[in-house]
Design a binder for this molecule. Structure first.
Ligand SMILES: Nc1ncnc2c1ncn2[C@@H]1O[C@H](COP(=O)(O)OP(=O)(O)O)[C@@H](O)[C@H]1O
Ligand SMILES: [Mg+2]
Length: 519
């Protein structure tokens, strides 16, 4: 990188065309940016300038990213960057997880702005500190490495000293949900939209709350970019693609638009969460998780289909899920043997010690060991787990409100267990007992999406208020299927070899020589 040549080129040497009428199409900003005209020469060590079209290309943000920063961008990444070129651009990007928003759009856009506008200010924010400090900053730093000591990096600020002595800056901060954050997001202004512009970027835009956007808009940035994977259908980021769609230049990038996302990964996501799951649609197709008001975790049709088309009984491992009664409710023990849920054991009992005695008796009868037991440890469950413990039964304690194992997909442990049970039912991978109460409990619970785009569950309070009973039996079944991390069926799908592969392997082992396995 020929840094000297870069800094010699200034906006003055490169005047804006004056034929654009004021208020006309805001393309002047593009011409005012300092295009790094000489870098086209560097490619093959030739000292001649590149062809004219190459030079023009480098005057665009995407051209800069490719020609100077040496990134190779996908078409949608170029589109987003170039949408940012005009003054007063409002650009929104919704893209699949891991598509390259931060590293290949936001970071190069910030560097473009800092390097090409000598007195510019770029402000970038996300709702979590980690995103700014350990994801974005390293990505920007990597792009700036060739600029050597023209760049000065501190934890919240990057400064670029141009040859003219002028300084441009990138500021990064976390916009949490507190009042202080909204204050911090304010007070930035472009000294001059053409020569000293303000670029404002909101990363992980779905998690940034509306009051922060109010502060951002108040700054009247010269350019504004909001980018995120999709979340729930609420908030400013969602409005960019719906109510306010005509105000924004929008881009949607799916996993299929990203060659670095492998077909195998796409297939795994589809298998794990279901091809039609709102989570899959959001992860891969970059669609907002619009679950509607009444979307159920398990539909009646899906439940009946599973009951009518059960899998062959498979596996002998055992696990038990226990849901303790609160007051007059039922105690429920669900025992799973392989892929089969045995008829549920339920009874009502107010006396704690009598309940503990009965539980131990039932577990022994079923041949289940303490480490195979998963019990609801929330609320009343906690003293019950303690009592079991005192009686020598140290069972696994499940906290429905605690962290999910797959923390990206599910709001909490309870949501994870329910949605995974739903998946097993959708794919007819579980044998359910004939039990109308269990059925009614499973098919009435509604699904929800959190603002961060995770799958959640309707709360028990909300269920109660619409007159639906506490789903104790369903909870016990969900716990019996969860197995604290050991998936008894889903992992099979990826590793199970095909018949052809088995036969090939066998013939390679010479065990079945003489069999023709074809190609
Ligand atoms: N144009 C591209 N060419 C090659 N790899 C890319 C490209 N765009 C993104 N990637 C890769 O995608 C991965 C995820 O990028 P990241 O910016 O963290 O995604 P996001 O912010 O969308 O979650 C990175 O490893 C990055 O190198
Ligand atoms: Mg990112």
């Amino acid at each position: 990188m020929e840094v000297n040549k870069i800094v010699k080129t200034t906006p003055q040497e490169n005047p804006a065309p004056h034929d654009t009428p004021p208020g006309g199409p805001p393309t002047r900003a593009r011409a005012r940016a300092t295009p790094l005209r000489n870098s086209a020469r560097n490619k093959k060590g030739s000292s001649k300038p590149g062809p004219a079209s190459k030079v023009d290309e480098q005057a665009t943000p995407a051209g800069f990213a490719e020609g100077v920063l040496r990134l190779s961008l996908y078409p949608w990444q170029k589109e987003v960057m170039n949408n940012l070129a005009p003054i007063y651009s409002r650009v929104a990007l919704v893209a699949a997880n891991g598509s390259g928003k931060t590293s290949n759009v936001i970071a190069p856009a910030l560097v473009w702005h800092m390097v090409c506008f000598e007195e510019s200010l770029s402000v970038v924010t996300a709702s979590v500190y980690r995103q700014v400090e350990s994801v974005l900053w390293p990505a920007i730093k990597a792009l700036l490495r060739p600029f050597g000591d023209m760049v000065e990096v501190t934890s919240g600020e990057i400064r670029f000293k141009h040859a003219s002595g002028r300084i441009s800056r990138i500021l990064g901060f976390t916009a949490g949900n507190d009042n202080e954050s909204a204050g911090r997001a304010e007070g930035f202004h472009a000294a001059n939209h053409e020569s000293a512009p303000l670029l404002y970027v909101v990363d992980e835009a779905k998690t940034v709350q509306d009051p922060i956007y109010v502060s951002v808009f108040r700054c009247q940035p010269t350019r504004l970019l909001v980018a995120s994977s999709p979340g729930a259908p609420v908030g400013q980021f969602y409005r960019c693609f719906t109510k306010e769609a005509d105000l924004w230049k929008k881009t949607r990038a799916t996993a299929w638009d990203c060659p670095h996302i492998s077909p195998l990964y796409i297939q795994e996501i589809q298998q794990r969460y279901g091809i039609n799951s709102p989570f899959t649609q959001s992860m891969l197709k970059a669609e907002f998780m619009d679950l509607g008001e009444e979307r159920l975790v398990v539909s009646l049709g899906s439940y009946d289909n599973c009951v009518n088309n059960p899998p062959v009984p498979n596996g002998t491992d055992r696990a038990a899920g226990i849901d303790f009664s609160a007051g007059g409710d039922e105690n429920v023990i669900a025992i799973r043997e392989g892929n089969r849920i045995l008829p549920l054991i339920t009874w009502r009992e107010r006396d704690t010690m009598a309940t503990v005695g009965r539980i131990i008796m039932e577990l022994k009868k079923a041949g289940v060991k303490p480490e195979q037991v998963f019990a609801d440890a929330g609320g009343l469950g906690l003293p019950m787990c303690d009592a079991l413990n005192e009686a020598g039964w140290t069972v696994n304690r499940i906290n429905f409100g605690g962290n999910a194992r797959d923390n990206d997909a599910y709001q909490n442990k309870g949501s994870e267990m329910w949605h995974r049970l739903a998946r097993k039912i959708d794919t007819c991978d579980i044998i359910l007992p004939e039990d109308d109460i269990l059925k009614s409990q499973i098919v009435t619970r509604r699904a929800q999406a959190t603002s961060r785009g995770k799958l959640g569950l309707e709360s028990k309070d909300a269920m109660r208020s619409r007159g639906v009973a506490s789903p104790d039996r369903a909870d016990a079944v969900a716990m019996a299927c969860d197995n604290a991390g050991i998936d008894y069926d889903l992992t099979m799908a990826y590793t199970r070899p095909s018949l052809l592969e088995l036969m090939k392997q066998a013939s390679a082992d010479n065990e079945m020589s003489g069999w023709d396995v074809g190609g």
